[in-house]
Design a protein. Structure first.
Lengths: 688, 152
């Protein structure tokens, strides 16, 4: 199977080149037979890459350590679950996995469009297979072939980094890759539109769902990564402005900008060049993120020399993409002129524009902060680090402005908002926000940034609540429906709009959670069995943790575990016992240092987070010496942190509502048959 | 041996699958299908949707009377222009099968004209009005066309 997989990888490249060429030539010459052959090549490449991926998995499951990739990321003792996910555990498999996901999406795209949007498809096929082909070239010629063999067969592999042996880490990379690769489809349609000259909003309408799917996977993938960092890295944080994290955030920022700016083009015929630029930029950033995290560049600039080949290939490809895209946009410039102009600074159009500028601004700041140390080190040879303070200083104010726009944008009038319009829609939400700030202040909550965040959040939630209330009321009145029914119809008749509001609610929840970190409590204490640690949460309740002592479990190499030392704590909240928490040191066979496993107890308002920082005498514990029970504990209370995950769930629900087809074809037909005279009557509109 | 056989089989399948259209002359369609929105149709749709949004914003109390009248006037003019452009595009290609569409457009136009905006204040007046019920300016038939942006 593995041999067949390797073979399939080699065959996939000529097939991709063939299909890409035929896509372009078929589009240019309008020859249906060539285009059909190109489209079939997409499916063929998907099949071949699936065989190749299956080959890698078979090598992992069969413990085939003659393959460098398997020997480096697995060993006999690794659990089957992690052997399967070995496909994306390292750079080589990840690149193959990326190509496979992209070809699967490409196949779905070709299949969905087998009977429609035909004038776009030849070039779409060309672009998609060009990208797949590029990854195949990298895989085969940049010394990263997952099927590369060692000169000998080691008795066992080196095993998987224990920190990666975590549920979240298993699903985090594939989710992100789904987001990255799905965005290739809007990019392909954009380039196709530039090539065939159909530059109205159609390519945007056609790819709106792909954009949202990509955005959803990116969002969820980033949050999965945060969750992993929170549970596994053992310092209680979820975001460190680390280059790998930043790399995944960049395309999310520009994709978010794109999701908003396409609405301006659809509704007002503006920002055409901007949208083209954003789609190209976002796609480049997905490639860049893959490059940054999977080229070995980040691990150390000193290993750069060894990875020079892959870096050159990636950079030339990105440069070529920029060159071609810019040339195409310049060539089509006359047709990309705006149909309308922004009339007023205070209007929904300008709110959208500010949203875009801020998001792209954050993206550039993050990019600069990520790349600057790399560039500086490459030039001067000295290590400079751009730490969280830089990112926080730049991004927090812009983040707050964006949060405020979440409330302003959807309500402010199109074209030009009058003073009356502003007063009518914003007076009460602003008052509500101010009341919340005053209430917090009077309760002694005085952290400026946190209070500002919560005040703006309250304003935004009030705006959205009023929107729902007014909409439901109006619909109930016009259609004579009961309120629950009116609310249901309100959302289902314009899922895009109301789904978007729900996404915004999720986002506000996440911001509220971020601000909660201003009130983290951190207690460190050395303990002997029977000792108690008292922590007062910012919400006023007291946790009493009683240290019950250590227990030992010797793994003898099973699941790669050498030993575990587990600290047990009884927890009482305000004197009421609520159960136990454990935190561990684990020694894996495959690593030198023991790893820390934290204990987390979540309730809706806060998390209690316990870290076994150090043991007085690990050797003594393993020898069952009763006097060696002393340990250093770190106990954190992290208010509101759970709201990141709750907010993400709300965000997912909202995006799914937006994604769902608003009105099915039949209903549209019926509407046509009855004439569109109901334009006067039907509220909230139908959006295709 | 099995691997070799598999490889040969996969290659043969792939080559046959992708070359068949070229050899046998199987064609993929490259033309627009009938039920897809045309450019002008899409514009018309967007314009009508904007109108609906304004309408709904007013009904749900987000816009007051005056803002509503102004915005409605502007969007109506746009929608009308889009409808006319759509109609002009159809004139070139119209066939007998398009009667439904024609009827639809006539209806939509009528309903939009019903709210034909005043050239001065933008108020939507009843069909057949000769003077604006809001500001009293004279209404001409071309009032709306004067407002609309260049048609495609």
């Amino acid at each position: 199977m593995t041999i067949l997989g390797e073979f399939a990888l080699w065959i996939a490249l000529p097939v991709a080149i063939w299909g890409a060429t035929l896509g372009y030539v078929g589009g240019r010459t309008q020859r249906g037979d060539l285009v059909l052959s190109g489209e079939r090549s997409v499916h063929a490449v998907t099949l071949l890459l699936a065989i190749a991926a299956a080959g890698v998995m078979a090598a992992f499951l069969g413990d085939r350590f003659e393959y460098w990739y398997v020997a480096s990321y697995s060993n006999r003792e690794l659990e089957t679950f992690y052997k399967v996910s070995g496909l994306w555990a390292g750079q080589r498999g990840s690149l193959l996995f990326w190509a496979l996901l992209l070809s699967i999406f490409s196949s779905i795209c070709v299949w969905l469009n087998r009977k429609k949007n035909r004038e776009f498809m030849p070039y779409v096929v060309g672009v998609l297979l060009t990208i797949v082909g590029f990854f195949l070239i990298v895989l085969l010629f940049a010394d990263v072939n997952p099927f590369e063999r060692l000169a000998f067969t080691p008795a066992n592999g080196q095993g998987l980094n224990p920190q990666l042996q975590n549920y979240w880490m298993t699903i985090h990379p594939p989710t992100l890759y789904l987001g990255f690769t799905a965005f290739t489809i809007p990019f392909a349609f954009a380039i196709s539109a530039l090539l065939n000259g159909r530059l109205d909003a159609r390519w945007i309408v056609l790819t709106r769902r792909w954009t949202l799917v990509s955005w959803l996977f990116l969002s969820v993938g980033i949050v999965f990564g945060m969750r992993w960092a929170y549970e596994e890295l053992g310092w209680g944080g979820y975001w460190f402005w680390d280059p790998v994290e930043n790399a995944s955030l960049l395309p999310w920022l520009t994709a978010t900008a794109f999701v908003h700016s396409i609405q301006i083009q659809e509704n007002r015929g503006m920002l055409k060049i901007w949208n083209m630029s954003l789609v190209v930029l976002t796609f480049l950033l997905t490639i860049f993120a893959t490059f940054l995290t999977r080229s070995g560049l980040i691990e150390s600039v000193h290993s750069f020399a060894q990875e020079l080949k892959i870096a050159y290939i990636f950079l030339s490809f990105m440069a070529a993409l920029v060159g071609v895209s810019v040339m195409l946009i310049l060539y089509r410039m006359p047709q990309l002129r705006s149909e309308n102009r922004i009339e007023s600074f205070v209007s929904r159009e300008s709110a959208f524009l500010f949203n875009n500028l801020f998001l792209v601004g954050v993206a550039f700041a993050v990019m600069w902060g990520t790349l600057f140390p790399l560039i500086a080190e490459a030039v001067t040879g000295e290590k400079i680090s751009v730490g969280p303070p830089f990112f926080q200083k730049v991004n927090f104010p812009i983040g707050l402005a964006l949060l405020a726009l979440v409330g302003i944008g959807p309500v402010i009038a199109w074209r030009h908002a009058t003073r009356r319009n502003l007063k009518k829609n914003f007076l009460w939400p602003v008052v509500f926000g101010a009341v919340v700030v005053a209430a917090l202040w009077s309760m002694g909550v005085r952290h400026g940034l946190a209070v500002t965040t919560w005040g703006i959040s309250a304003f935004v939630l009030a705006v959205i609540a009023v929107e729902f209330w007014k909409g439901t009321k109006a619909r109930a009145r016009i259609e004579g429906e009961g309120y629950p029914q009116a609310l249901f119809h309100l959302v289902t008749r314009n899922r895009r709009r109301w789904g978007g509001y729900i996404v915004h609610v999720g986002l506000v929840m996440i911001f509220v959670a971020f601000a909660g970190s201003a009130y983290n409590v951190d207690v460190r204490q050395h303990v002997q069995p029977g000792d108690q640690v008292e922590v007062v949460s910012p919400f006023g309740n007291t946790y009493t943790l009683t240290y019950e002592g250590l227990s030992v479990s010797v793994g003898r190499g099973q699941r790669n575990l050498d030993w575990q030392i587990i600290a047990m704590l009884s927890v009482a909240a305000d004197g009421v016992p609520v159960g136990t928490l454990t935190t561990e040191k684990r020694q894996y066979v495959t690593t030198e240092q023991p790893m820390t496993e934290v204990g987390i107890r979540s309730v809706i308002r806060e998390d209690l987070y316990v870290i076994l920082s150090a043991l007085d005498d690990p050797g003594g514990v393993l020898d069952n010496d009763p006097s060696a029970q002393g340990a250093d504990l770190q106990v954190l209370v992290k208010p509101l942190v759970g709201w990141i995950w709750y907010g993400t769930m709300v965000l997912i629900v909202g995006t799914l509502i937006s994604l769902w087809p608003s009105v099915d074809r039949r209903e549209l037909e019926r509407e046509r048959a009855s004439g569109s005279g109901d334009a006067e009557r039907v509220p909230a509109g139908v959006e295709a | 041996m099995t691997s070799l056989l598999g490889a040969v089989l996969v290659t043969a399948m792939v080559v046959f699958f992708i070359l068949q259209p070229v050899v046998k002359g199987l064609q993929a369609s490259l033309a627009r299908e009938d039920d897809e929105l045309t450019d002008t149709e899409a514009r018309k749709r967007v314009a009508l949707l904007a109108l609906r949004d304004v309408e709904f914003d007013f009904l749900s109390g987000k816009l007051d009377e005056e803002d509503y009248r102004n915005l409605k006037g502007e969007f109506t003019a746009e929608a009308l222009a889009a409808l006319e452009a759509h109609e002009a595009a159809l004139d070139g290609t119209a066939t007998e099968g398009d009667e439904d569409l024609e009827a639809e457009i006539a209806l939509a136009r009528e309903s939009l004209r019903g709210g034909v905006p005043c050239g001065e204040c933008g108020y939507g007046n009843a069909p057949g009005s000769r003077f604006c019920s809001s500001c009293g300016s004279g209404l001409t038939r071309g009032a709306s066309a004067g407002h609309s942006p260049a048609t495609a």
